[in-house]
Design a binder for this molecule. Sequence first.
Ligand code: SF4
Length: 68
Amino acid sequence: MEIKKRYTNGEVTILWQPKLCIHCANCFRGLPSVFDPRVRPWIRPDGATTQEMIDQVKKCPSGALSME
Ligand code: SF4
């Protein structure tokens, strides 16, 4: 079964599919207050506005990040 991790701020939920992630670093370079692979959980959806997260998720080249 494919793993999908969910991180919510109560308004939107970021989905991350580890199998698709190519570790390109776009997300944590672009929005380090939310994405930080050195800590767990590595996505903190309260670290930026919903719009900032939507914009960053769109820049994920592999499709590993999505929103619901
Ligand atoms: S931008 Fe997408 S593919 Fe790149 S490290 Fe982040 S989740 Fe993985």
